[in-house]
Design a protein around this ligand. Structure first.
Ligand SMILES: [Zn+2]
Length: 446
């Protein structure tokens, strides 16, 4: 019967030598020397953890990265040219993660690639830069492209994914391959935080991905059994911030839909605006600050008082930390993706990857939350370190209650599990994705 499984010889919550009986996708018995007609999986002494939850990911964009040139190391024009050189094929050439995108325009890209249509995305996903060959392919009404003083298109598009997507055409990226990669990390639930999500995208994702999905969206989203409707996503554009009145209207609109809100918040301006808006409207359970990428010490008390959840991305300290050390003044390093100070203040805290803008591997996030080590080996914000067990718990709260009590392996829980080749204590001492040897969703090994 699907969803039936007998896991033998596992470590559960630190106790070795246990068996778990799973019926119809639920754990119905945990004991010693269980037997039965179910298919058997030998855990060989390894730990069985609750399946991990990525509370903030962008699935379509992450899957699209498989067909995209990684430009995250292209720190100057020379490196950019080198990364795009020898890309075979015809038609669109796409690069992403580019740290110097803000300094690019169509004329510079025309020198990099004069023939093929080229589009390059910045590190944050807010900006696309197109060369002239690409610009001729994306004509149309309500053109959101940036223009110079003479009215000529610069090739730069800010937060124009929807408009560009309609013109370029949205090929469905290899979601099945991404789902396998994420299962390989022990992830059994995912919250897609893309503001442009609609019902069509949500169904497409739910059909392609075995993990339990929660879908955020900027607009209304109908309820179906295939996915859970998450908070309304609000992205205040820092270059053109909404008025407080517009912001509170967005929150009120979410309340009409009986949904919480999740606010993208990575700068001082965004944080101040977000807290001012919540101070006016009040917060309800489930309201979230996404990222909390730069939170002044003085804001922590207000976040706790409002009861907001912060969904952070510890792995950004690994992936971007060396850049932060060059670009952010040292007296603000503690403000970057805070963990320890928020916990100590009683703020509800959960974690996600923000893939493709951050590394998808939750174990790298757990390791980095514990060590606050950059990829280059420097410590960034030592006071923000938390214990590995606490870091794991950032990924174990349920998708509909991020920052709430972490899931534990127990009778009655859904059989969404992460199987390790070692004990939990060994994994917490050296958190790494390679230790994950199996992932169970609703009792089925995936
Ligand atoms: Zn995001």
């Amino acid at each position: 019967v699907s969803g039936d499984l007998l896991i033998k010889n596992a470590e559960v919550e630190g106790r070795a030598g246990l068996d778990l009986r799973i019926r119809a996708g639920r754990i119905v018995e945990i004991g010693v020397r269980l037997s039965g007609a179910e298919p058997v999986h030998d855990a060989a002494g390894g730990a069985v953890l609750p399946g991990l939850v990525d509370h903030h990911i962008h699935l379509m964009a992450t899957a699209a990265r498989y067909a995209t040139v990684d430009l995250s190391e292209a720190d100057d024009l020379e490196a950019l040219v080198a990364a795009l050189r020898n890309q075979s094929g015809v038609g669109w050439l796409r690069g992403a993660g580019c740290p110097i995108a803000d300094a690019l325009d169509r004329d510079i890209l025309d020198r990099v690639e004069p023939r093929r249509p080229l589009r390059i995305q910045d590190r944050t996903g807010a900006l696309w830069v197109l060369n002239s060959a690409a610009l001729t392919l994306v004509e149309g009404p309500d053109h959101p492209g940036e223009r110079d003083a003479t009215g000529r298109l610069t090739g730069r598009f800010w937060r124009a994914d929807g408009w560009l997507g309609e013109r370029i055409g949205r090929a469905v990226p290899p979601l099945d391959r991404l789902a396998r990669e994420l299962a390989g990390y022990g992830l059994t639930a995912l919250t897609d935080a893309t503001v442009g999500n609609d019902a069509q995208t949500a169904v497409l994702l739910a059909e392609a991905v075995p993990q339990k999905l929660t879908i955020m969206s900027g607009g209304p989203l109908s309820h179906t059994p295939r996915y859970a409707v998450g908070p309304v996503k609000i992205v205040p554009d820092e270059r053109d911030p909404p008025s407080l009145e517009d912001f509170t209207a967005l929150i009120a609109g979410a309340r009409v839909q009986k949904r919480a809100v999740a606010v993208h918040c990575v700068s001082d301006v965004e944080a101040a605006l977000t807290l001012a808006a919540f101070a006016m409207t009040g917060a309800r359970p489930g309201d979230r600050i996404e990222h909390g990428g730069l939170l002044d010490q003085a804001m922590i008390g207000e976040i706790a008082r409002l009861g907001l959840t912060v969904v952070t991305q510890p792995a950004f300290i690994h992936a971007r930390g060396d850049r932060y050390r060059r670009e952010v003044p040292p007296d603000r390093w503690d403000d970057l993706y805070r963990c320890g100070s928020l916990r100590r203040a009683g703020v509800r805290l959960a974690a996600g990857s923000d893939a493709p803008y951050g590394p998808a591997d939750p174990w790298l996030g757990i390791r980095t939350a514990r060590d606050r080590l950059t990829a280059g080996g420097a410590i960034l914000g030592a006071d923000e370190r938390i214990a590995a067990r606490q870091a794991l718990d950032l990924y174990l709260s349920p998708p509909d209650d991020p920052g709430g009590p972490p899931k534990r392996v127990a009778v009655g829980m859904a059989a969404d599990l992460c199987l390790l080749d070692r004990s939990q204590a060994q994994q917490l001492a050296d958190p790494r994705a390679e230790s994950v040897v199996g992932t169970v969703i609703d009792g089925a090994l995936v």
